[in-house]
Design a binder for this molecule. Structure first.
Ligand code: HPA
Ligand code: MG
Length: 223
């Protein structure tokens, strides 16, 4: 992870606290979520364009290495898939060719819209493949940083050569834990967002845009 001093001010899109999102009338979304979402916070197209740029930054930095992409499930599956596609596209049109393996780890720490104390690592691949490798952890959202810290400690036990982190979203939270990801898509306010594989109790992963859910939906899908 980069120390905060080496993260450039312009290295992320900052969404301010007073950003209300776009009106739902301006976009399409699945009809079954009618009444469940309040606004379109980040439209799918902007997510894709930003991801393409992150792919280029990653190519510039890691282009001639072999890397193991470690996709953090479940929320990271869309970001990871799109990021890998963009990197592949850039590799095809470049003298650099980035050999990628893609592995998965499954974590769970949220119930309803609250982070729970315990992080569960729910299996996935045998991570001994990370030993001696350049690892790119791909995570949809970093908020308190607790999950990322625990994950980094876990990954380090497999003695990788290098670890970088790509986070699509980073939340501005009070007392956030230390180091930001090396590659950040968007910095967002401390609000609960869904869509683009981010869930609320497993719902809303099938929404392309990143959205804010309504209070009614928080009750409707509560467990
Ligand atoms: N949305 C969905 N999942 C999450 C969030 C969020 O805002 N923060 C951490 N996990
Ligand atoms: Mg979740």
């Amino acid at each position: 992870m980069a120390d905060s001093g080496s993260v450039r001010e312009d290295s992320r899109i900052v969404i301010e606290d007073d950003w209300p999102g776009y009106s739902l009338d301006l976009f399409t979304y699945p009809e079954h979520y009618c009444g469940d979402i309040e606004s379109v916070y980040i439209p799918h197209g902007i997510i894709m364009d930003r991801t393409e740029r992150l792919a280029r930054n990653i190519m510039d930095d890691l282009g001639d290495h072999d890397i193991v992409v470690l996709c953090v499930l479940k929320g990271g599956y869309k970001f990871c898939a799109d990021l890998v596609e963009f990197i592949k596209g850039l590799s095809r049109n470049s003298s650099k060719s980035l050999l990628m393996r893609v592995d998965f780890i499954r974590l769970k720490s949220y119930l309803n819209d609250q982070s729970t104390e315990d992080l569960h690592i729910l299996g996935g691949e045998d991570l001994s493949v990370l030993s001696g490798k350049n690892v790119l952890i791909v995570e949809a959202i970093v908020d308190t940083g607790k999950t990322m810290k625990a994950l980094l400690e876990h990954v380090e036990t497999f003695r990788p050569k290098m670890v970088k982190v790509a986070g699509l979203l980073v939340k501005r939270v009070p007392n956030g834990l230390g180091t930001p990801p090396d590659y950040v898509g968007f910095e967002i306010p401390n609000r609960f967002v869904v869509g683009y594989a981010l869930d609320y109790n497993e719902y809303f992963r099938d929404l392309n845009h990143i959205c804010v859910i309504s209070e009614a939906a928080k009750i409707k899908y509560k467990v």
